[in-house]
Design a protein. Structure first.
Length: 406
């Protein structure tokens, strides 16, 4: 099998997908934005062919690069794993006659209002929403639904560019900041109260062959707006407990409705006073290298399982469910440069056995804005056989390990 992979160099874990495809037995070519000389020797060694483009999101350039590779031999798959790449790659895939995620599916997984319209029509419980660039239409939606509301870009990933607005004045200010009325469209949604988590899968021809469930503590939007919080992502090894059946059933229904075939998926959900509600889905892996946590939890290589799904059409490893795993993000007490850490030695002494890896930038390193996500500034990743004990350990780390800056 010959697979073209889009953007093999950045983010850094992109090389893991190329390596996995190679180990699964595929011939791998790639299209990326870096010059070939910028690829390290190991990465170049995995590739049969490499084409550089100015932007992998520029469809004409990507199309020309893929067609150039096709002149050298048959191409079986064209794969992308970054949210912003999914739709342009689908359009090029269709233009080149390469099997894989369709333009319809990619569009529905990218455009939040269209996604939710399709899922509501199929009976999937989700927030009321509208996609619009008309301030008057959005105001009418707000009058009908009431506040609070969520405003985000139509193609947002995670909490990027997402706002909660609690009254009309705040909504009008945010709409103006987003360029609504000046040519920009946004998604506006009913605010759904409840606990937030995600359901991730690997699918083959629409059939779930691996599944994982994780929890956010606290919810993402709250975590990304408050510096004092040390937010956590925690993967459960209790996924086969009856309490998760409804989440799994919801995920399977969404995958079927949107026509997702052989692909990774990342689906976010809420559970609260109104029951279980779908939030959004991407036909791609989760961000911040969450697959590393899935692999550490289950004694298997999830990247290789993704490659096995593409190359062989089947999984070839069993998940062990031996551990729960988690990541905790540690924020500096202010913007500036990191000066030192309080409590690092104590955390290593108490929990070192269970720490998978960590990133503590050295003193003098510049801080990053806290809304940059779960892997900016400092972080630790851990695993433990007991989910509750893991949560206790991560909470203790958040209360003890402090990042000081000036």
């Amino acid at each position: 099998m010959h697979v073209i992979f889009v953007e093999p160099r950045f983010p850094v874990n992109q090389r893991r997908f190329v390596e996995a495809l190679k180990h699964a037995g595929a011939a791998v070519s790639a299209v990326g934005e870096s010059p070939a000389a910028a690829l390290d020797a190991e990465l170049r060694g995995w590739l049969a062919c490499y084409e550089q483009v100015t932007s992998v999101c520029h469809e004409p350039s990507l199309l020309a690069a893929v067609r150039s590779i096709q002149t050298k031999g048959w191409v079986d798959r064209l794969e992308a794993t970054v949210e912003a790449h999914i739709l342009p790659v689908a359009k090029v895939r269709e233009a080149c006659g390469i099997p894989g995620t369709t333009v319809r599916t990619a569009f529905l997984c990218r455009d939040k209002p269209a996604m939710k319209d399709a899922l509501r029509a199929a009976g999937v419980p989700t927030a009321h929403s509208i996609g619009s660039g008309d301030p008057g239409e959005i105001r009418a939606f707000a009058e009908q639904e009431g506040f609070p509301l969520i405003i985000k870009p139509r193609g947002a990933a995670g909490a990027a560019g997402t706002y909660r607005v609690d009254d009309l004045a705040e909504m009008l200010r945010v709409l103006d900041e987003c360029g609504v009325g000046k040519g920009a469209d946004v998604a506006v949604e009913e605010f759904v109260e409840g606990h937030e988590g995600f359901y991730d899968t690997l699918c083959v021809d629409g059939r779930v062959v691996h599944e994982f469930i994780a929890h956010y503590y606290p919810n993402v939007l709250h975590a990304m707006r408050n510096r004092w919080i040390s937010p956590q992502i925690v993967i459960t090894n209790r996924i086969d407990a009856p309490g998760y059946d409804e989440v799994k059933e919801l995920g399977v229904k969404v995958i079927e409705t949107l026509g997702i075939g052989t692909s990774a998926t990342h689906m976010e959900w809420f559970y609260g006073p109104k029951g279980l509600k779908f939030s959004e889905i991407g036909c791609r892996p989760p961000g911040v290298s969450v697959w590393d946590l899935y692999s550490a939890a289950n004694d298997c290589d999830v990247y290789l399982e993704w490659a096995n799904a593409i190359v062989h059409g089947e999984p070839r490893q069993e998940r062990s469910l031996r551990f729960s795993t988690g990541m905790i993000n540690l924020r500096p007490d202010r913007d500036g440069r990191i000066t030192h850490y309080d409590g690092a030695d104590e955390i290593e002494r108490r929990f070192g056995t269970w720490i998978i890896d960590k990133h503590l930038p050295p003193p003098g390193s510049p801080t990053a804005p806290i809304d940059g996500g779960y892997k900016v500034n400092a972080w630790l990743r851990l695993r433990h056989p007991d989910y509750d004990r893991l949560r206790e350990m991560m909470t203790a780390i958040g209360e003890t390990l402090r990042v000081r800056a000036q």
